[in-house]
Ligand binder design. Structure first.
Ligand SMILES: [Zn+2]
Length: 446
């Protein structure tokens, strides 16, 4: 059975409020959350719900009175069979991109980014093509930043992907012939708006080069919006499949599904796979035990959406939170801040201890008064391309170890090697942020 919780009723209904607080705490305690989202999380950003025949579509349709396309047809690959419906698609995407460009990430997008900053997010998966996750700071699978430059088979560096864009990205274009993937420039947008796809610059320069040496010119492809239509394969499908498989094997401990009606086949399978993995990672609770399992609920699958899930989701979704995703995200953050304030302290100042012969740093001044992290000794400085460089290891609040490469600006001198203690004795002020160390080259006086 899916337990249904009405977000709006939570202020007046004690039991609902209690379970919602427990779920907030689960978010705060989880370490490998998978988030799956759909159009519902972008509604408050002002992105029109383009899958239904709304104003934007009707506006475009006035320019193409003879085309009969609506709802799903507008995103079905079969539209390419007809030149007029293809033109309508380009114009529509151009209009849609323009309205997306003036939108801002919603509180839900920022919430997902917060999960990532707090090291809670295993990965976010979205059906949305609006790229608002990227604007909130989550690097997407279509991003230029993750393009693989190596010789391997993978087209993207999967470890850098924080948000998997299951249906592509409206801010990019693909060549229908050579598959080159480029940002959607103003120029391309203008052409799309007129219903005419631009020529691919890669194909064009290849053809020009051949013409210059009197070879037979090659075909020139046209650019299209980098969004995946129904009945189309995702060009990054193999990479995305590999990311999913990795994430399932990494034992996610919570699944949060937000703002999707779970109608798309591929997404349903993805949700089911993750739900199974989350339930498998949940600790077995002995119902006869009198011991409380704690205030949080572990290994849960939470569905936040206005509409309820169908009965086929019994045993897969544990909780349906009925309401706006923004309102739920804000409630979780509020509960989390109340229950675990230490998670929200931002910084502390460390100074070198000096007297420790291992050169360990200790927390000398704690701005928050609550943090308990300790600083492990930096490694011995080494000569790296003539510069002094060493590595530091520090422990964050949660006991996770992280390493940071540091380099002092000064050239590496023979004294550097033996200078660990002098380095530290020089009263180094280091600001350690919650999840990393600020560059402090400036603070090093040598
Ligand atoms: Zn091309």
């Amino acid at each position: 059975m899916v337990v249904s919780l009405d977000l709006q009723a939570s202020s007046s209904d004690g039991p609902t409020r209690r379970v919602l607080s427990q779920l907030s705490l689960s978010v705060a305690k989880s370490r490998r959350i998978v988030v799956v989202t759909g159009a519902g999380i972008s509604c408050s950003s002002g992105i029109p719900d383009f899958r239904s025949s709304d104003g934007l579509y009707n506006l475009v349709k006035q320019r193409y009175p003879d085309v009969v396309l609506k709802g799903r047809d507008l995103f079905d690959a079969s539209l390419f069979r007809d030149p007029t419906s293809t033109s309508l698609f380009y114009t529509f995407i151009s209009q849609l991109k323009q309205s997306i460009d003036s939108a801002s990430p919603s509180p839900t997008h920022h919430f997902i980014k917060t999960l990532d900053s707090k090291k809670k997010l295993l990965r976010s998966y979205t059906q949305n093509i609006d790229g608002l996750e990227e604007r909130a700071g989550l690097v997407g699978s279509s991003s230029q930043e993750v393009k693989s430059t190596g010789k391997g088979k993978a087209k993207i560096r999967t470890k850098d992907v924080r948000n998997v864009q299951l249906h592509g990205d409206i801010h990019r274009v693909w060549c229908s012939y050579c598959s080159v993937d480029l940002p959607c420039s103003e120029e391309y947008l203008g052409r799309f708006n007129d219903g005419i796809p631009p020529d691919c610059p890669e194909c064009t320069s290849r053809a020009d080069a051949r013409l210059a040496r009197s070879a037979r010119p090659l075909r020139i492809g046209t650019l299209r919006p980098a969004v995946v239509l129904y009945d189309e394969a995702h060009p990054l499908g193999d990479d995305i499949g590999a990311i999913q498989a990795t994430d399932v094997s990494r034992k996610p401990d919570m699944l949060i599904i937000m703002g999707t009606s779970l109608k798309v086949h591929g997404l349903r399978r993805l949700v089911k796979d993750f739900a199974r993995a989350v339930h498998a990672s949940a600790p077995v609770i002995d119902p006869s035990s009198t011991k409380s399992q704690g205030k949080s609920l572990k290994g849960q699958v939470v569905y936040v959406n206005k509409g309820a899930p169908g009965s086929e989701w019994n045993g897969i979704i544990d909780y349906h939170i009925e309401g706006e995703t923004d309102a739920w995200a804000e409630k979780v953050l509020e509960d989390w801040k109340k229950a675990r304030p230490a998670d929200w302290e931002i910084q502390q100042t460390l100074v070198a201890a000096g007297e420790d012969d291992r050169g360990a740093f200790t927390v000398a001044k704690d701005i928050s008064g609550k943090a308990t992290s300790k600083f492990i000794a930096p490694s011995t400085p080494t000569n790296t391309n003539g510069l002094c460089r060493w590595q530091e290891t520090f422990c964050t609040w949660d006991g996770e170890y992280a390493a940071a490469d540091r380099r002092c600006r000064a050239p590496f001198l023979p004294s550097c090697e033996a200078a660990l203690l002098p380095h530290e004795a020089s009263q180094i002020d280091i600001t350690l942020r919650r999840w990393g160390v600020q560059p402090f080259e400036e603070a090093r006086p040598w």
